[in-house]
Design a binder for this molecule. Structure first.
Ligand code: DC
Length: 229
């Protein structure tokens, strides 16, 4: 059976990773969370004193890039992100990282390295990858490209609930503000800005439930796998 590449791009907190993971599990594909890679580089920079709220030691970070090894592991259906062999899956979800990651993701040298690693995961197809530039830059030839969006208020409510559930105390207003500033930075940065990739199918899920959305994307994938499109 044909093993295709599925890209899931879109705004933050639109449920990209949830649906991408479900799709990968259903099709027996690998799932790659490209945002986790930018978050891991950010964690490395914080831990090595290369970034703070108001400063970024860009040259030191670029010098350190070859030392930063990012991998993924799949343990009993659980995806783990490994930074130099250490499981950082939880650490990279903090608000501190969320607040700094856009600055790291705006660096062309960092992006070039991440894109190279991301492409290596797709060489034999059978991959679902989510992010911001996956359908536009990483896999412009992907067989199925999805672009997900939803209103900022709906996205902030979802993210806020997730953070509270994981024990992080944060206000809805702070989450909304962080999300809107990330939207702006992601869409306006010079390198690989967030755009709707050519040929992508746009899904606004403000009013859509996860089940219907999953079925819709699965149908789109099967149409391509079985050559109906
Ligand atoms: O999807 P996320 O929130 O985990 O992504 C974290 C940050 O990384 C976000 O600010 C956008 C950026 N990113 C990117 O620039 N390119 C990608 N392919 C994935 C994420």
């Amino acid at each position: 059976m044909r093993r295709i590449i599925i890209t899931v791009d879109g705004h933050s907190s639109t449920g990209k990773s949830t649906v991408a993971k479900q799709m990968a599990a259903e099709l027996g594909y690998i799932y790659i969370d490209s945002g986790a890679m930018y978050r891991s580089v950010t964690l490395y920079a914080i831990e090595h004193g290369l970034i703070s709220q108001n400063a970024l030691d860009k040259s030191a970070l670029l010098e350190a890039l070859p030392e930063i090894k990012i991998n993924f592991s799949w343990d009993n259906g659980v995806n783990k992100t490994l930074l130099n062999g250490r499981d950082v899956s939880e650490l990279i979800r903090s608000m501190e990282i969320s607040e700094m990651v856009s600055r790291i993701a705006a660096l062309p040298e960092v992006r070039a390295k991440m894109v190279e690693i991301q492409r290596s995961f797709g060489v034999s197809g059978g991959v679902v990858m989510d992010g911001r530039d996956i359908g536009s830059v990483v896999f412009p030839e992907a067989e199925l490209k999805i672009f997900m969006t939803a209103s900022a208020q709906v996205r902030a409510q979802r993210r806020h609930a997730e953070l509270l559930a994981s024990g992080q105390e944060v206000t809805y207003e702070a989450v909304l503000e962080n999300l809107q500033s990330r939207d702006t930075m992601d869409s306006e940065r010079a390198v690989s800005p967030l755009i709707v990739p050519e040929g992508a199918i746009v899904i606004d899920n403000s009013e859509m439930n996860q089940h219907d959305q999953f079925n819709m994307i699965l149908q789109l994938a099967q149409d391509r796998i079985f050559g109906r499109v």
